[in-house]
Design a protein around this ligand. Structure first.
Ligand code: ADP
Ligand code: ZN
Length: 631
C-alpha cells in the first residue's frame, strides 16, 4: 500500500468520524424533540413542579398518586404523570432521575399496578453509541498518524515515521536511470577512470576473480562540495545498470539510541539481497566522525551507528557485489577504522577542477544552451579559478536566465560576463553621483590596475569598474594567469604591491588627510598574504619553518591548541610581516609616482565610461608606462 492510499483512507476515516459526531448531536436533539412532541413534558409552566427526586417519587408511588411512567435512556430517566393533593390534584408531568442500580423499580411499578412503558434506545442509537465510543480513539490515532506523516514530509525521508523507525531511509532504484553518464562529467579524470574500473567489475566480475583480484568494498570520494561526487556515483549506477541505493549520512543520525544502527542493518540487508549493487552514502562524515570526539565525550547513538557500519562492511568478507561509495569533504574527521583496508580502502580525491577541467565542465553544461559565437568558454575558464563544477554549471545557468530576461534567443558575451561578475563580485548596485568620492574611488581602482599591470609577475587586468558590487564601491578585476597551484615569492609580493596600490594612489593624489576607510579590505588581504609568507611558506628571514598548518593551527608549539607562540617567535613574525608590507608599500609608491600621467589619463576615461575592459586599458597604458625596478 503506498503512502497516498494510506493518506486517503485516513482522511476518509476522519470524515466518517466527523459525520458520526454530527449524527450523535442530531440524535440527542431528536430525542428531546420527541419528548416534547409527545406532549408528555409540559414544559415548565412551573419549573419547580417538573422535576422531583427519586425518593419523593417513591413516596408518590406508595401514596398511589402516580398514574403513568415512561422510562427513557435504559431506565435512567422517567417522565411521570401524577396528580397529588399537594398540588391541588391537577395532573402533572414530572421528570425523575433514577439512580443507577435502582433495579427494583420495575418490580415496584408492577406491584402498584402502574401503567408504564420503557422507551428503548433505538437501533440507530446503539450504533451511534458504539461509534461515539470509538470516535475519540480514532480521532486521536489518525491525528497521530497525520502528525508523523507530515513530519515525514518535512524531513523528506521515510525515516522518522513511527511505522518504520528502524527502516533504512535509502532511496532505492532497481534500474537506475539517473540520467547521468560518464560523458556528463568532466575535469575529474582520475576519479572517472577509477570508477570506470568499478563499473567493469560490476558488469563482468569473472574477469577479476579469475586472476585473484579483489574488488574494493568501499570507495571514498573526498573533495569540496559541488565537485561532482554525487554525479560520479549516479554515473556508475547508470553505466553499470545495477541497483542504486542513495542515502545521506545525516539520515542515520537520530535521537534514540539504536535507530541509526538499525537503519544501517536494514540498508545492508536490502542491498545484499540485490547484488550486485551500489550503496551511495553522501556526507558520510555525519556517521563516520571519529568516535569519542563529540562534545561531552561522544555520542552513544552515533557510535553505535558507526560500529554497525563497520560491522556491515566487514560482513561481506568476499565482495559479492555490494560496493559502498561514500562522499565527504572532511576526511580528516573520519574515524580511522573506517579507512582501514577492507572497508573504504580506496580514497579518490575529487578536487576543484583546473583550467582544462573547467573548460571541459563548461562544455558539458553548454551543450544544451545556444551560445553566440563571440562567447569564449576558454576565456570564461580563465576567469574562474577556484570555481567548482557546480559553480560553473550555475554560472552558465545564470547567463541563460539573463538572456531570457533581456528577451534574447541566444546567450551572448554580455550575459556570460554579467553572470560571472555577479557570481564573483556580487550583485551590482547603482553607480554613484559624480562626487569627490567617485573621483577618489576611480584613483583607487586605477592605482590597483596600473601597479598590477606594470609588475612582471602580476596577472593581467580584466576590467576596471566604478559600478559597485557586493560591498565594494568599485572593482578592479585581474584575470588569474594560471591555476593557484604553486605561487612564487615574487608573485605573492606583486599581489601585495598591487593591492596596496589603491590606498597609495589615494594618498599621493589627495594627500594623507583625505585617505578613506575604503581600503580596509585591501589591507586585510595584504596582511593575510604577508603573514602566510612568514608562517607557512618560509619566505622570510625566520627561515624555512612552518609555524602554522593549513587550518591555522600553530605548529611550532606542537599543538593545535589556542596557546600562544613563545613570545619571541610571535614578535619576530610581526616584525617580518611589517617588513614585507613596508617594502611593498614603498614599491607601490614608486610605481604610482612614476606613472602619474597615465593614471590621470585612465581615471578621466574611467569617470567617463564607468567601466574599462582590459583591452582598452592596455591600449591606454602601453605608451606611457614606466617599467619598475625588479621587485
Ligand atoms: P558534490 O556531490 O561533489 O557536492 P554534485 O555531484 O552534487 O557535487 O554536483 C552538483 C552539480 O554540479 C552537478 O549536478 C553538475 O551539474 C555540476 N558538476 C559538478 N561537478 C561536475 C563535473 N565534474 N562535471 C560536470 N558537472 C559537474
Ligand atoms: Zn582596493
Amino acid at each position: 500500500m503506498n503512502r497516498d492510499t494510506v493518506q486517503k483512507i485516513l482522511i476518509g476515516l476522519f470524515l466518517i468520524a466527523c459525520v458520526l459526531i454530527g449524527i450523535k448531536k442530531f440524535d440527542v436533539l431528536e430525542l428531546d424533540n420527541s419528548q416534547i412532541g409527545t406532549g408528555k413534558v409540559e414544559v415548565n409552566s412551573n419549573v419547580s413542579s417538573s422535576r422531583m427526586t427519586y425518593g419523593r417519587f417513591l413516596e408518590y408511588l406508595e401514596m398511589g398518586w402516580v398514574k403513568q411512567v415512561d422510562l427513557y435512556d435504559n431506565s435512567r430517566n422517567a417522565i411521570v404523570q401524577a396528580s397529588s393533593p399537594e398540588l391541588g390534584n391537577r395532573p402533572q408531568t414530572i421528570r425523575v432521575e433514577i439512580p443507577v442500580g435502582a433495579s427494583q423499580l420495575i418490580q415496584k411499578l408492577k406491584e402498584y399496578n402502574i401503567d408504564f412503558d420503557a422507551h428503548p434506545v433505538g437501533q440507530k442509537n446503539i450504533l451511534v453509541t458504539i461509534a461515539s465510543n470509538l470516535l475519540l480513539p480514532v480521532i486521536f490515532i489518525s491525528g497521530l498518524i497525520f502528525f508523523f506523516q507530515n513530519s515525514e514530509n518535512f524531513s523528506g525521508n521515510g525515516g522518522s515515521s513511527p511505522m518504520n523507525l528502524g527502516k533504512s531511509p535509502a532511496r532505492y532504484d532497481e534500474n537506475p536511470d539517473t540520467g547521468v553518464s560518464f560523458k556528463d562529467i568532466a575535469g575529474i579524470d582520475e576519479a572517472k577512470a577509477e570508477f570506470e574500473e568499478i563499473v567493469s567489475f560490476l558488469k563482468e566480475p569473472d574477469r577479476y576473480t579469475l586472476v585473484g583480484a579483489k574488488i574494493p568494498k568501499g570507495v571514498l570520494l573526498v573533495g569540496p562540495p559541488g565537485t561532482g561526487k554525487t554525479l560520479l556515483a549516479k554515473a556508475i549506477a547508470n553505466e553499470a545498470n545495477v541497483p542504486f541505493y542513495s542515502v545521506a549520512g545525516s539520515e542515520f543520525v537520530e535521537m534514540f539510541i539504536g535507530i541509526g544502527a538499525a537503519r544501517i542493518r536494514d540498508l545492508f540487508k536490502k542491498a545484499s539481497e540485490n547484488t550486485p549493487c551500489i550503496v551511495f552514502i553522501d556526507e558520510i562524515d555525519a556517521v563516520g566522525r571519529e568516535r569519542g570526539a563529540g562534545v561531552g565525550g561522544g555520542n552513544d547513538e552515533r557510535e553505535q551507528t558507526l560500529n554497525q557500519l563497520l560491522t556491515e562492511m566487514d560482513g561481506f568478507k568476499e565482495n559479492k557485489g555490494v560496493i559502498v561509495v561514500g562522499a565527504t569533504n572532511r576526511v580528516d574527521i573520519l574515524d580511522a577504522a573506517l579507512l582501514r583496508p577492507g572497508r573504504f580502502d580506496r580514497q579518490i580525491t575529487v578536487g576543484l577542477p583546473d583550467r582544462l577541467g573547467r573548460i571541459g565542465i563548461l562544455k558539458v553544461h553548454a551543450r544544451n544552451k545556444p551560445f553566440d559565437e563571440d562567447v569564449s568558454l576558454v576565456q570564461l575558464a580563465n576567469r574562474t579559478p577556484g570555481f567548482s563544477g557546480a559553480d560553473l554549471a550555475n554560472l552558465l545557468n545564470e547567463s541563460a536566465i539573463l538572456a531570457t530576461r533581456y528577451k534574447k534567443d541566444i546567450i551572448t558575451k554580455n550575459e556570460v560576463n554579467e553572470a560571472a561578475d555577479r557570481i564573483i563580485g556580487g550583485i551590482a548596485g547603482s553607480t554613484m553621483e559624480d562626487t569627490k568620492n567617485k573621483k577618489l574611488i576611480a584613483y583607487h581602482e586605477v592605482g590597483h590596475a596600473i601597479v598590477g599591470s606594470v609588475l612582471r609577475n602580476h596577472d593581467d587586468v580584466e576590467k576596471i569598474t566604478l559600478v559597485p558590487r557586493g560591498g565594494a564601491k568599485g572593482l578592479t578585476w585581474f584575470t588569474p594567469n594560471e591555476d593557484q597551484g604553486l605561487i612564487s615569492r615574487s608573485a605573492l609580493l606583486a599581489r601585495i604591491i598591487s593591492t596596496l596600490g589603491g590606498r597609495v594612489a589615494e594618498q599621493i593624489v589627495f594627500g594623507d588627510p583625505e585617505v578613506t576607510t575604503g581600503a580596509s579590505n585591501d589591507l586585510q588581504q595584504v596582511t593575510n598574504i604577508a603573514r602566510q609568507m612568514v608562517t607557512r611558506y618560509g619566505m622570510s628571514n625566520i627561515g624555512p619553518i612552518a609555524l602554522e598548518d593549513d587550518n591555522n593551527g600553530q605548529m611550532f608549539t606542537g599543538t593545535n591548541s589556542d596557546s600562544e607562540y613563545p613570545e619571541n617567535i610571535a614578535d619576530r613574525i610581526d616584525t617580518e610581516v611589517c617588513k614585507i608590507i613596508n617594502h611593498c608599500e614603498q614599491k607601490a609608491k614608486e610605481i604610482i609616482l612614476d606613472n602619474r600621467v597615465v593614471i590621470d589619463l585612465v581615471v578621466e576615461r574611467l569617470l567617463d565610461a564607468e567601466t574599462i575592459d582590459g583591452e582598452e586599458f592596455r591600449g591606454l597604458v602601453e605608451k606611457y608606462t614606466v617599467l619598475p625596478s625588479k621587485v
